[in-house]
Design a binder for this molecule. Structure first.
Ligand code: SAM
Length: 292
């Protein structure tokens, strides 16, 4: 196990709150994360934000290959030292949101997994990047803020149900695995953390006529929480739909004009957005993801 304080001192590393640098120091939690990922020799593991490598070495001990993508240049020398004994680790100094993860794993013909103690400030965009783009991971294990995990797993009608719930559940099965105490990090985070497992199924994605329009509808629906769905959708600049058109779509789906976004199921969002996609005014819309 890496001695975090010793490494931080040796490399004179000042931890950045902005980059969400809360490093795991509890070996049992690290083992539980690797076990949850069921890492084995057939796996190419993408680790987002390895920090000084506490989780990376545990992953490398069991994986075929680990690509560790870390944005902070100042940490890289320490990370190189802690992972130095593992020939199966590649360190990539880059922003995960600007990394072409598909090409990283392109020549790997066995399983791909994603594992991360995610920096809190980019939890949603990172997870959605993997899910919306149909990244071919067998499973993804993320340590995230408890509050975000509750939103991801929320069901229609509950207070936590929102665009993130629909987005995540559209692309995969999301399961909350276990809580992690604040004591397990240096420095202690200001929020509670949990570990979740996402199994990308893509079962709903295949039913969506146009993903860009689908996600525009979902985002518009939840952008104005206190408005009815009719008002929220009609004020979307992206969708540009007249109220009368929306009312007609609602009628065809047996939805009331007073329904709110948090009451619609994923299937109803898909049905709604598929009708919007096929409206004559949307027929020229660029498809998502854009074809190269
Ligand atoms: N994996 C380590 C652990 O568990 O101890 C560190 C986890 S820490 C919560 C998040 C890490 O993500 C930090 O090392 C931070 O520098 C890195 N990070 C922050 N933003 C990033 C980004 N956009 N792309 C890649 N890494 C990022």
């Amino acid at each position: 196990m890496i001695n975090t304080n010793e490494i931080l001192k040796k490399y004179n590393i000042r931890l950045s709150k902005q980059l969400g640098q809360n490093f795991l120091t509890d070996i049992n939690i690290i083992r539980k994360i690797v076990d949850a990922a069921e890492v084995n020799n057939d796996d190419f593991v993408i680790e987002i934000g390895p920090g000084i490598g506490a989780l990376t070495v545990a992953l490398a001990d069991r994986a075929g290959k680990v690509a560790a993508i870390e944005i902070d240049r100042k940490i890289i020398p320490a990370l190189k030292e802690t992972t130095g004994n593992f020939k199966n680790v590649s360190i990539i100094n880059n922003d995960i949101l600007k990394t072409d993860v598909h090409s990283l794993t392109a020549c790997w013909n066995k399983t791909v997994k994603v594992v991360s103690n995610l920096p809190y400030y980019i939890t949603t965009p990172v997870i959605m990047m993997f899910l919306e783009n149909n990244f071919p991971a067998e499973r993804m294990i993320f340590m995230i803020q408890k509050e975000v995990a509750l939103r991801m797993t929320a069901k229609p009608g509950s207070k936590d149900y929102g665009a993130l719930s629909v987005g995540a559940q559209t692309a995969g099965d999301v399961k909350l695995l276990f809580n992690v105490s604040r004591q397990c990090f240096i420095p202690k985070p200001e929020v509670d953390s949990v570990v979740i497992r996402i199994t990308p199924t893509g079962k709903y994605l295949d039913l969506i006529a146009d993903r860009k329009i689908f996600f525009q509808c979902v985002r518009a629906a939840f952008s104005k929480r206190r408005k009815t769905l009719l008002n929220a959708i009609s004020s979307s600049h992206n969708l540009r739909l007249e109220k009368e058109t929306i009312r007609k779509i609602f009628a065809s789906l047996n939805l009331s004009d007073t329904i709110r976004g948090e009451e619609l199921s994923i299937e109803q969002y898909i049905a709604f957005s598929n009708i919007v996609t096929n409206l004559p005014e949307h027929s020229g819309t660029e498809k998502y993801p854009p074809t190269p």
